[in-house]
Design a protein around this ligand. Structure first.
Ligand SMILES: Nc1ncnc2c1ncn2[C@@H]1O[C@H](COP(=O)(O)OP(=O)(O)O)[C@@H](O)[C@H]1O
Ligand SMILES: [Mg+2]
Length: 245
């Protein structure tokens, strides 16, 4: 679902992300970890062609679309619907005066879905949210609920790929576990390809199949999550692990 080769992203000539290889298959979860400023978000955004004012080179295929050469129209086909981005604070991205139900209904219609009520009910059930949430405004829900609503929206739209940027950093530990649990289950049930960006190695270890460790824009280590965690080969990865509580 995601295939990256020789991706390089530059801002004003400065190389901020250099990813030689990154693949995520359906039903698989890959995590990018690294401290703040290491190039994780830039990498994620470039996969959907969302890095503004950046020079991007290499090859990026998402849902069969060549992102770096695709027409705006072709990109719109995958963005949002087939490949969904879940941000750190989805509440900030939601229109404050629009009830969540209205928002979801609108998004579904926009993407040509019929059978809207049934699709909404099933998506909410999948993320363990009470349908009552549809009557609320964004400021009336908690961070964890907003995060799960963002995932429900992605699922309702039929996402095959979910790109999540620090989806739980703003949440407390119990809620984090809830959101990760939901993503974990959905990946298996719906064969989702999940690319998770996080600075939290402990969290990642509970869900990811493979891990890429980034530092200063470069991938310093990558491999099966269990291996990287048990036997980190790069000093920076060891540092990240030692920093865990
Ligand atoms: N729009 C932008 N313009 C210029 N520099 C940027 C832009 N976005 C990110 N950067 C720079 O790229 C580097 C990587 O940032 P980012 O990908 O956000 O890191 P992370 O998500 O790992 O914290 C940082 O040095 C940041 O300042
Ligand atoms: Mg970031």
């Amino acid at each position: 679902m995601i295939e990256v080769r020789g991706l390089q992203v530059r801002y004003g000539g400065r190389l901020v992300a250099d990813v030689p290889e990154l693949d995520v298959a359906a039903g698989e979860c890959v995590a990018i970890v690294g401290e703040s400023g290491s190039g994780k978000s830039t990498t994620l955004l470039s996969l959907l062609g969302l890095t503004e004012h950046a020079e991007v080179s290499g090859r990026v295929r998402v849902c069969g679309v060549d992102v770096l050469t695709a027409s705006p129209r072709r990109l719109r086909e995958i963005r949002g619907a087939r490949a969904a981005l879940v941000m750190q604070s989805p509440q900030a991205a939601l229109a404050p005066a629009t009830r969540l139900g209205v928002l979801m209904r609108r998004a579904l219609r926009l993407h040509g879905r019929t059978d809207v009520d049934r699709v909404m009910a099933r998506a909410l059930e999948a993320v363990l949210l009470d349908p009552e949430i549809l009557r609320r405004y964004p400021h009336e829900v908690s961070g964890g609920q907003a995060q799960r609503f963002a995932v429900a929206l992605a699922i309702a739209l039929g996402a095959e790929v979910i790109l999540a940027d620090e989806p739980t950093s703003a949440l407390d530990v119990t809620v984090q576990a809830e959101v990760v649990g939901v993503l974990h289950r959905l990946r298996a049930e719906r064969d989702l390809a999940l690319l998770l960006v996080s600075h939290d190695l402990a969290l990642v270890s509970t869900i990811a199949d493979r891990v890429l460790v980034m530092k200063d824009g470069a991938v310093v280590e990558s491999g099966p999550a269990a291996e990287v965690l048990a036997r980190p080969s790069h000093p920076y990865t060891r540092e990240l692990l030692e920093a865990l509580p």
